[in-house]
Design a binder for this molecule. Structure first.
Ligand code: NAD
Length: 377
């Protein structure tokens, strides 16, 4: 369960991993308290902040001031915004900064930004000196409800997304709900696709709550905090049960196999598609595919499509601007993303709303013919 902290609006989700337990604090104004929250948990007094060019002008000074007040000496590196920053080139730049700043194991690397910065900074934190302490200050909705929790870090390669990385849990996550006010509507919607995902995995009541309350979540205030806290709790529960993805954690990939293939197909060009939009289309496809395989009734897929459409997310490949590569190219990306054994793929499928499961024997030929139906041609 999530717990209230001192402030009536604040929530705390505890991630009880043995030997590496940490808190996720959720609420307005947490950025200005970063110094106090970090210094009370970490012994080191140095920090390297990694951020991007959109977030830095808005929040970097606030964090620097807060760290300085609490006696933490910090340096920072501002990187270009966008998926392409999750690269070897920027990984090297982050490692250099950490080493130049003489960050040691009890000091902190701080990721201030969306999932791109969190994944990249976390990978550097997990590998420099074989691991230094890591604090996530996620500033996008997607990062607050998903990528900042659970310790998956990594970068992309020309072979696909997230193919080089390590598990490295953060020591603290500070999810300041008010920073989401500066996030573009498009990025907020994209992150919302991951919120919906938790309902669709195994929380049908949460999905129903979102269908009724999504406007309040978008507007901000307590509904937003509750949606973030419920999502973080759901992610924490899965991670604690299966930290290294030997089983249940794979459920968090609902919609992602199709989604990642679409991101690769659009060459990670955020003008055409951002991660959460790929997840939204992928989630609808996963529900439609389950119904096509007679695992679920078509009503569930229609309900998911209707909700994602209502909030303004894309729900089909037809909505992606520009020309998509042929289905064969999408299949190659799917094969790279998921293990293929004797023509069988692992997919997250569903028996209906909130009844997702891991299917490890999906015929590649079934996926291919389904995609041929859905492809804009
Ligand atoms: P992102 O980091 O690119 O952020 C989206 C955009 O919003 C960027 O332009 C960023 O500069 C801007 N932004 C962020 N916060 C802002 C704010 N408060 N105000 C104004 N602008 C702001 O993308 P994302 O959607 O946050 O994350 C996507 C990444 O997360 C992908 O690389 C994906 O693979 C990864 N991911 C990782 C995990 C994991 O478990 N590690 C889980 C899900 C997704």
């Amino acid at each position: 369960m999530t717990t209230s902290t001192g402030s009536s609006q604040e929530r705390r989700v505890h991630v009880p991993l043995v030997g590496r337990a940490y808190d996720i604090l959720i609420g307005p104004g947490l950025i200005t308290k970063a110094g106090g929250e970090i210094s009370s948990r970490l012994k080191g007094r140095r920090a390297a902040i990694i951020t991007d060019e959109h977030v830095a002008p808005l929040y970097l000074d606030m964090i620097m001031d807060s760290l300085q007040t609490d006696g933490i000496e910090a340096v920072s590196l501002t990187l270009p915004a966008g998926e392409k920053t999750k690269s070897f080139e920027h990984y090297m730049a982050v490692c250099d900064l950490i080493l130049e700043a003489r960050i040691e194991s009890n000091d902190a690397v701080i990721a201030l930004g969306g999932g791109v910065i969190g994944d990249l900074a976390g990978f550097a934190a997990g590998t420099v000196r074989r691991g230094v302490r890591f604090v996530q200050i996620p500033t996008s909705l997607l990062a607050q409800v998903d990528s900042s929790v659970g310790g998956k870090t990594g970068i992309n390669t020309r072979h696909g997304k997230n193919l080089v990385g390590v598990f490295h849990q953060p020591d603290l996550v500070l999810a300041d709900s008010s920073v989401l006010d500066t996030l573009s509507k498009r990025e907020f919607r994209a992150g919302y696709a991951e919120v919906v995902k938790y309902g669709l995995i195994d929380k049908p009541d949460f999905f129903e709550w979102l269908e009724k309350n999504w406007q309040e979540v978008f507007a901000g205030g307590q509904a937003r905090i509750e949606a973030i806290a419920t999502s973080c709790q759901a992610k924490s529960d899965v991670v604690v049960e299966d930290e290294f993805e030997n089983g249940r954690r794979a459920l968090l990939n609902l919609g992602h196999t199709f989604g990642h293939a679409l991101e690769a197909a659009t060459e990670y060009d955020s003008k055409r598609l951002v991660h959460g939009e790929g997840v939204a289309i992928g989630t609808v496809l996963a529900h439609q595919f389950s119904s096509r395989l007679n695992l679920a009734s078509p009503d569930g897929a229609k309900r998911v499509e209707a909700h994602l459409k209502a909030v303004g997310l894309p729900v089909s490949m037809h909505e992606i601007p520009g020309t998509l590569p042929p289905v064969e190219t999408l299949m190659a990306a799917i094969a790279q993303d998921k293990k293929v054994k004797s023509g069988k793929l692992t997919f997250i499928l569903t028996h209906g709303i909130g009844q997702s499961f891991v299917a490890d024997n999906v015929a590649a030929s079934e996926v291919e013919s389904f995609l041929k139906e859905k492809h804009p041609g």
